[in-house]
Write a protein that binds this ligand. Structure first.
Ligand code: OXD
Ligand code: MN
Length: 580
């Protein structure tokens, strides 16, 4: 580690190098460093103890997928869904930006563990950064300092990540992954996913590459436990593209709590999974905190997180009230008088939103009221169901179950979401996002599909694979399903399917609940709405399959033949259902 750090310092030329031990005293001094910058403030110490507000550069507020690269010697190994740079060219180009980029600054060395300290599934990373804000966030999102150096010892088995703010000019911003060297270089951004290198860069892009080599899985999945009336808990992992309510689902307050169905949170973004000696796939959450989107988060949508983010939390790009409390759209209530925007201006209605749409909270996971007692279990938790989902206004029914693993991989590989205005400005454009890994797969996605297919053959008790869609709309353009805490009704059906109990009807796309199979008591839902929620419309699927075909052909002969077989089988089942 020291050899690599010395090399990084020789390149970036900081004034000082500080090795982080992860102690509270050190944290306080790093927060003081952060507060020396004009972009960081302490929030109300009475109502928000130990909470901070950070404002990032207005040109640096989100992950930048077009500046994110997979750097492999052969372009085909990055695949058609990744931006590619050849490693030598990348080292030269990005190296010249990193050269001297830390002059006048401190380089912090942050050794960290992704995953519970004692878990054999966990892995060590080392991030060097010139941003105290990044260190303070890494301290929440990972286990940093002495625990990591102790685990590492003198071994070189760690993922190095070099991060520098550079000059924050988007023209000199690159996030480059060298999967074969297990190395990350990021320059020109201080924003979460680009700068907290343990998260998307290591735990998904580099880890997905390692997982394929080593026979495990690194997935963009939340992990939750569904407790049923006897007290038994079944664990599920779910993948959704960004902006589909993944965090809210992971932290849901169940509408069926009084009937004994409770949801426990284990993770809201990433799952690392290995086959356990019991033959089940076991998952850990590699992260130690939640880096969640603030706008839209309130008592109604996510009461659990609201009870967690009033202490020891770092807020980024939210608004601030005259009481020096954080504020965002959807927190509840009207904008208070004297509100200040994320850009530090006095808010009025002409200014648009007070909080940036991608503003965030960084909160320790242990503070969440719904955190599972098992969330740091060294062996992980056994996963019984995988859930895929997206935002589909017309196509997909509320829930369906795939016929088997191979079909489930096809369901995941053909996942898609329709864009919302907030994300791109284009409403209703279908973006294919296989397993929600489109921006996060560190190698050729065709090989990733192959890896999924092979894992299915190796797992003695594989999870059953489901697909959900909370976003189906009626002819009036309104959502048919109430969502949020009511989603537990769908999770309950999934649990009962895994146990071989709940009723379902076979359709060409998979098993869909029969009308009586979903527990709907206490919910006002019209019979027509329920029909519409569960309907499988062959014409709509035909259109979608055209789009799937275009997507699949991008991969050429590298696409596993099993997926083409599934494609053909689906068409055959539709043809048969029409003639019947
Ligand atoms: C995230 C994302 O921030 O998926 O987790 O974009
Ligand atoms: Mn995510």
């Amino acid at each position: 580690m020291e050899t690599w750090v010395d090399d990084a310092a020789r390149l970036t030329k900081p004034d000082r190098v500080v090795y982080c031990d992860g102690s509270e005293a050190e944290n306080q001094s790093i927060l003081q460093e952060m507060l020396k910058q004009p972009d960081s403030f302490r929030l109300n110490e009475k109502t928000y103890p130990n909470c901070y507000l950070h404002r990032s550069n207005p040109s640096d507020v989100a992950r930048t997928e077009h500046l994110t690269f997979i750097s492999t010697p052969k372009k085909e190994d990055a695949g058609p869904t990744n931006n590619w740079m050849d490693p030598e060219g990348a080292k030269f180009k990005v190296g010249s930006i990193l050269d001297g980029s830390m002059r006048g600054r401190t380089m912090y060395v942050v050794p960290y563990i992704m995953g519970p300290v004692k878990s054999p599934i966990s892995k060590v990373g080392v991030e060097v950064t010139d941003s105290p804000y990044v260190v303070a966030n890494m301290r929440i999102m990972a286990r940093i300092g002495k625990v990591a150096t102790d685990r590492l010892g003198s071994s070189s088995d760690f993922v190095p990540g070099l991060h520098s703010l550079g000059d924050l000019d988007p023209l000199r911003r690159y996030i480059v992954h060298f999967p074969e060297e297990r190395l990350i270089w990021s320059v020109g951004s201080g924003y979460g996913g680009n700068a907290l290198l343990g998260k998307k860069c290591f735990a998904l892009r580099i880890a997905s590459y390692m997982a394929r080599q080593q026979g495990w899985m690194a997935e963009h999945m939340l992990i939750l436990g569904l407790e049923s009336p006897g007290g038994k808990v079944m664990y599920m992992a779910a993948a959704f593209p960004s902006a589909c309510g993944k965090t809210n689902l992971a932290m849901m307050v169940s509408a069926l709590e009084s009937q004994g169905y409770k949801v426990w949170t284990l993770g809201d973004d990433i799952a690392w999974m290995q086959i356990g000696s019991d033959g089940y796939l076991h998952a850990i959450n590699p992260e130690a905190g939640f880096f969640g989107v603030a706008p839209g988060t309130g008592r109604k949508t996510n009461p659990n997180v609201m009870d967690a983010i009033n202490r020891n939390t770092i807020f980024t790009n939210v608004g601030v009230t005259p009481e020096n409390e954080p504020w965002w759209e959807g927190i509840g209530g009207d904008p208070p008088a004297g509100l200040v925007t994320w850009r530090s201006e006095k808010w009025d209605s002409s200014k648009g939103a007070a909080a940036h749409p991608n503003s965030r909270y960084t909160v320790p996971a242990g503070q969440l009221p719904s955190i599972s007692p098992q969330w740091e279990a060294a062996g992980g938790v056994p996963i019984s169901a995988f859930i895929f989902g997206g935002r589909r206004a017309r196509l997909a029914p509320l829930v369906y179950e795939s016929f088997n693993w191979q079909h489930g991989v096809f369901v995941g590989a053909t996942m898609a979401s329709e864009t919302t205005a907030a994300a791109t400005g284009d409403v209703g454009i279908t973006r294919r996002d296989p397993m929600a890994m489109l921006p996060f797969c560190g190698y050729n996605m065709a090989d990733y599909f192959q890896h999924w297919l092979e894992m299915g053959k190796r797992i003695p008790h594989p999870p059953k694979i489901f697909h959900v869609n909370w976003f189906r709309k009626g002819a009036d353009g309104k959502f048919l399903w109430p969502g949020y805490g009511e989603n537990v009704r769908v999770l309950k059906w999934i649990l009962e399917r895994v146990e071989g109990k709940a009723a379902a009807e076979e359709t060409p796309i998979g098993y869909v609940p029969t009308k009586g199979a979903l527990m709907l008591d206490g919910l006002r839902i019209l019979p027509e709405s329920l029909n519409e929620l569960l309907r499988v419309n062959g014409d709509d699927w035909e259109v979608d399959l055209g789009d799937v075909w275009d997507f699949f052909t991008k991969f050429g002969p590298r696409l596993p033949p099993e997926l083409l077989q599934e494609y053909a089988a689906l068409i055959r089942r539709f043809a048969k259902s029409v003639s019947a």
